[in-house]
Structures are given as structure tokens and as C-alpha cells.
Design a protein around this ligand. Structure first.
Ligand SMILES: Cc1cc2nc3c(=O)[nH]c(=O)nc-3n(C[C@H](O)[C@H](O)[C@H](O)COP(=O)(O)OP(=O)(O)OC[C@H]3O[C@@H](n4cnc5c(N)ncnc54)[C@H](O)[C@@H]3O)c2cc1C
Length: 382
């Protein structure tokens, strides 16, 4: 089937989709509302379910040189005491931590190398016949990929008009540059601190650069934004019962405050000639670090399915069969993870920490997510 695809949004899903389509000789063009590729600085982790796919499309080798490979995940209580740990990056199962602007920059370069084009300053809101843009320069496409993120106008117009929902969590984020790690031991690992109604994750995203994401339960609604600065006083107040040295260390950098929103997965990720990928299809709370990983899976999967299937209807059904239950499952488990991370009852906290320290359950809770092999799942169906 001869295809041409318009992709809305040059984020992680849009650029990965563009690369995957180019690899299948399916032409595409990406429309991005901003004037350039996003240079927002924030930490991101990519687990083997996504890095394996990035390897297949020729992106992983360069990505490894731009990021960091932590050896362990260390669980600690909110005073800093170690509870348990498990190992990462064994064999060829890459687990990376890096700055998301490096990931997006690399995906953009790869897409261009393969002949792809991104048209900037193009805020796409209108479509003709569900496949062509109604204004400005565009290609005659027979398909649209909605990769326009959590506030997707495609989703609102063509699928479901409901707005994203505030999850009841706020994230404080910071990047510490030219810094040393807080933990003298295990500073180069992922340190996961669990506190009452809150948790903090720190990891290196390069040499002498550390990312921290500090999550707190909140009934106050604030914007979903990568660039809203917060005050140190407020940050210290939010984490007042925590290890003071850790909080002082984290507060000594620019702090960004972010309301976490979600959009529940749809019953189908396609209608007519439109497919939704990434956050537009299933924006979830980030407590299993899977939003971008699933965006990469969606993009890879759809290109494979379109390449192998003769009819659009077959492709739509197979894409839903492969993606809906996996995305719903991780959406739900991300919310459960928040409950486990944020236990405040002292007896339950004691029990959780005992379980974590005596059983290999921390690894077990995410093992099936990280071990998921999309290629073999596709082979089973097609
Ligand atoms: C605090 C936090 C921490 C996270 N940590 C991780 C992590 O460690 N690992 C992980 O895998 N995921 C993580 N995530 C999730 C991850 O950031 C998202 O799932 C991912 O960015 C989704 O990619 P996307 O391409 O679907 O959307 P986006 O990254 O939002 O990209 C959408 C693009 O579309 C453009 N756009 C929007 N509307 C239009 C329009 N109308 N016309 C044209 N262009 C448009 C935007 O400008 C943007 O470039 C985290 C999220 C949060 C909130």
C-alpha cells in the first residue's frame, strides 16, 4: 500500500515515527508548532523495552555516548537510609539516563539524515478529509499521526473532547550542573527515596550533571509546564520532614514546578485515517518512567504494521491489538506505583520497606515492562 504521512508534533513520538517510517521508505513530513526543536532540559530514563527499538533504528549507539548507564537502582527511605537495590544494564539490555533535549536533538538529526523534513511554526488545528492540513505548505498525505502530546488538539477534535485531568501530584525538577553527586556511594546510580506522600528520584544524565525529580501529593492545581520556576522556600516546605542535607543540596539549583496531568488511554488509537501516538493517546503519571518509552514503542509498532499490512483497516486493528492493553496496563500500574511510593502510615511503611529489603520485588514489579519485546509480539500477529 503506498502511503504518505503527515505527523503533527516533533516530540519524542513524532520524530521516532518519522525515522521509523523513513526506514520503511514511507515518506512523511512533521509539523511543529514551536519555532525549533525543544531544548527543555530535564532528566529522562529509557528502559530496554525502548532502547532495543532505538538500536534497531540506528539511534542507540549515538544515544549511549550522550547519556549515562547507571548500574543499580537504590531504594532509600526519606532520611537517606538504604532499603534495597537491584542491578541494571546487564548484557545487551541498555538502561539509559540522559537529558531529554539530547534525545530529541539526536532524533531530529537522524530524521533529517534520512531525508525527513520538519516544518516549524505550524500549529495544526484543522484538517480536510481527515488526512490533509487545511492551510499552508503541506504534503498530500493519506494518513495523519497525532503526536501532539498531552494537550493534543487532534484527540480533542477527532476522538474525545475531554481535557487532561490533574493527577493530584506535583513534580519539582532540577538539573545540577558541574556538580558532585549527593550520595558518596552509589552517586552514579539511580537513587529512589521514598517518603510519606512524596518521593524523590536522582540520577546522573552525563558527567557531573545530575537530574532530580521530586514528587509530592497536592490538592492545589498548577499548570502542566516544563518552564514554570518554583521558589526554594516552597520546595523546602514541601519536603520539610526529609533529610535536610539532601533537600538543601537539591534546593541549590533552579527548580521547576510542574502539575502532573493524565489522559486515560482510548478504546482505539485510530479513527478514519488518523492515528494517535504517545501522550496524545495515553498520557500517564510518570512513576514507572514509561511515557517516552511507550511513545517510542507506539511509533516503531505503527511503522512496522503499516509496512506489512495491505489494508488500512487491518493496520488499525493490529495496531490497537498490540498497543491498547499494554498502554492501559502501564497507565494503571503507574498509578499503583504512586500509592506504593507514597505510603504514609508508619506500619505500612515498615512492611513495605521490609518486603523491599528481603524480596527481589522491586525489580520484579517492572521486569515484565522492561523485558517486553515488541518485535516478537509483532511477529506473533503479522
Ligand atoms: C515529571 C515527568 C517525568 C517524566 N519522566 C519520564 C522518564 O523518565 N521516562 C519516560 O519514558 N517518560 C517520562 N515522562 C513522560 C514523557 O515526558 C512523555 O510521555 C513524552 O514526552 C511524550 O512524548 P510525545 O512525543 O507523545 O509528546 P511531547 O513530548 O509532549 O511532544 C509533543 C510535540 O507536539 C507539539 N505540538 C503540540 N500541539 C501541536 C499542534 N497543534 N501543532 C503542531 N505541533 C504541536 C509540541 O510542541 C511538542 O513538540 C515524564 C513525564 C513527566 C511529566
Amino acid at each position: 500500500m503506498s502511503q504518505k504521512v503527515s505527523i503533527i508534533g516533533a516530540g519524542i513520538s513524532g520524530l521516532t515515527a518519522g525515522i521509523c517510517l523513513s526506514k520503511k521508505n514511507i515518506p512523511s513530513i512533521i509539523y511543529e508548532r514551536n519555532h525549533a526543536i525543544s531544548d527543555v532540559s530535564a532528566g529522562i530514563n529509557l528502559s530496554p523495552n525502548a532502547t532495543n527499538l532505538l538500536k534497531n533504528i540506528g539511534v542507540l549507539e549515538d544515544l549511549i555516548s550522550l547519556g549515562h548507564q547507571p548500574s543499580n537502582v537504590i531504594f532509600r527511605d526519606h532520611k537517606g537510609n538504604k532499603i534495597s537495590s537491584y542491578a541494571l544494564n546487564m548484557g545487551d539490555r541498555y538502561f539509559l539516563t540522559l537529558n531529554r533535549n539530547k534525545l530529541i536533538g539526536l532524533l531530529y538529526e537522524k530524521y533529517k539524515e534520512l531525508g525527513g523534513e520538519v516544518i516549524f511554526n505550524r500549529n495544526v488545528k484543522d484538517f480536510e478529509n481527515d488526512c490533509n492540513l487545511s492551510k499552508g505548505k503541506s504534503i498530500e498525505a493519506n494518513m495523519i499521526f497525532g503526536c501532539d502530546g498531552i494537550n493534543s488538539s487532534l484527540r480533542a477534535k477527532k476522538f474525545n473532547p475531554k481535557s487532561p485531568l490533574f493527577s493530584g501530584f506535583i513534580a519539582w525538577r532540577s538539573i545540577k550542573e558541574f556538580s558532585t553527586p549527593f550520595e558518596e556511594n552509589n552517586g552514579e546510580d539511580i537513587n529512589f527515596y521514598l517518603g510519606p506522600n512524596s518521593h524523590i528520584v536522582t540520577y546522573p544524565i552525563g558527567e557531573k550533571i545530575y537530574s532530580a525529580t521530586c514528587i509530592i501529593k497536592s490538592s492545589d492545581w498548577i499548570d502542566e509546564s516544563w518552564i514554570l520556576e518554583g521558589s526554594k522556600v516552597e520546595f523546602k516546605y514541601d519536603f520539610k520532614d526529609w533529610n535536610n542535607e539532601l533537600i538543601t543540596y537539591l534546593a541549590d539549583s533552579k527548580l521547576y514546578k510542574w502539575g502532573i496531568f493524565q489522559r486515560s488511554p482510548l478504546e482505539s488509537f485510530s479513527t478514519n485515517n488518523i492515528f494517535l501516538l504517545g501522550d496524545s493517546a495515553h498520557a500517564m503519571v510518570p512513576f514507572l518512567g514509561q511515557g517516552s518509552c511507550l511513545a517510542i514503542e507506539d511509533s516503531y509498532c505503527l511503522a512496522e504494521v503499516l509496512d506489512k499490512k495491505e489494508s488500512n483497516d487491518d493496520a488499525k486493528k493490529i495496531f490497537d491489538d498490540l498497543r491498547i492493553s499494554r498502554c492501559k496496563n502501564i497507565y494503571r500500574r503507574s498509578l499503583i506505583q504512586a500509592k506504593l511510593n507514597h505510603i504514609s502510615n508508619p506500619i505500612l511503611t515498615f512492611l513495605r520497606n521490609k518486603l523491599l529489603s528481603h524480596l527481589p520485588i522491586a525489580d520484579f514489579m517492572v521486569r515484565d515492562i522492561h523485558n517486553y519485546d515488541l518485535d516478537s509480539e509483532i511477529k506473533k500477529i503479522i
